[in-house]
Design a protein around this ligand. Structure first.
Ligand SMILES: O=C(O)CCC(=O)C(=O)O
Ligand SMILES: [Fe+2]
Length: 319
């Protein structure tokens, strides 16, 4: 724990809160640790940057839970990311990510999802390039939304490069779900291919945060296990006022979808033909700003986090 860079920064910033957080982490209650850690990040930010958030407009993530940012990733970076994906999938021969060490439930999901949803584990030689891509991808519009929502800094917890093919059986993140992750987790999904006007080449559907809460209250559907996920929300409710709120943003390659994954119901839509390529960044609160963190840590540690859905079991102060 001592070696982790932002935890030692925290120690200087607020020894008392650091002490409290350390003992929670040592107790192994990572869910609680994520909450305390988030509080602490906000506390430090507020002290450093007094009242700078007071004048900000409410974030679209707070109001709706998601936002689309156009042209976040430049064409040459899209191409680079897709080349890394191509290469990685060839090397893995369709095996995608390592599933050893996962719980039985995740193993089952991974195996079922792997049939149509391939996740790359980039070669170590590609990691420098990945770092550059990530650095350029977090444009100011995205940074402002995320920082304005969290009211503190964030860091890139991990990235995932994926290629999704047509399937008659959409499962895992292709059925309706909320990610069972720390509440403050934000996902940024860069489309590397076009979705098509109606999502025919692969898309994402989301339900705004208000309607998601309504579903939770009325039906109890929230962080349901993988096998119990529904493919259609109409299986949960016939209320048109809710169902009409489902959105399927039309995405061009380079556009980004920023969303509060634990707070809004969402699902991937597999393509009808061809395949969908995407780069997902999973963000979490941080003491230091994301670019400083990226500079300090690099991206190699992220390779072991391809299945970041396990984040509740990861020390929030790591790296
Ligand atoms: O593949 C998609 O469009 C959805 C991704 C997703 O569920 C997530 O990033 O949490
Ligand atoms: Fe998700």
């Amino acid at each position: 724990m001592e070696s982790t860079s932002h935890l030692s920064f925290l120690k200087q910033a607020n020894p008392q809160m650091y002490g409290e957080l350390s003992s929670i982490i040592d107790s192994g209650d990572f869910a609680q640790a994520h909450r305390s850690y988030f509080d602490l990040c906000r506390h430090v930010k507020k002290k450093v940057n007094l009242a700078s958030f007071e004048f900000q407009l409410p974030s679209p993530l707070t109001i709706k839970g998601f936002a689309k940012i156009k042209n976040a990733l430049k064409p040459e970076l899209i191409q680079q990311a897709r080349e890394i994906l191509d290469q990685s999938l060839v090397e893995q021969q369709g095996k995608a990510f390592p599933i050893e060490g996962l719980s039985e439930e995740f193993k089952a999901m991974a195996e079922e999802s792997l049939v149509f949803h391939k996740c790359a584990t980039p070669h170590s030689q590609s990691l420098v390039q990945m770092q550059d891509i990530i650095k350029s991808s977090l444009v100011s519009e995205i940074v402002e939304i995320v920082e304005g929502t969290l009211k503190t800094n964030f860091y890139v917890n991990h990235f995932m490069l994926s290629r999704t093919f047509p399937t008659p059986q959409p499962v895992g993140s292709f059925a309706w779900h909320r990610d069972a992750a720390p509440f403050s987790q934000v996902h940024v999904m860069f489309y590397l291919t076009d979705s098509g006007e109606n999502g025919e080449y692969g898309a994402t559907e989301l339900l705004p945060v208000g309607a998601t809460r309504w579903i939770e209250k009325e039906t109890g559907y929230n962080f349901v296990e993988i096998k119990a996920r529904v493919n259609e929300l109409s299986d949960l409710t016939k209320d048109q006022n809710i169902l009409n709120q489902i959105e399927r943003p039309s995405m061009n390659a380079g556009d980004a979808l920023v969303f509060a994954a634990p707070q809004v119901l969402h699902r991937g839509i597999p393509p009808q033909t061809g395949y969908r390529d995407a780069l997902l960044l999973v963000l979490q609160p941080s003491i230091l700003p994301w670019d400083q963190m990226l500079e300090r840590t690099g991206v190699s540690y992220m390779a072991s986090r391809v299945l970041g859905h396990l984040n509740l079991m990861i020390n929030p102060a790591d790296p």
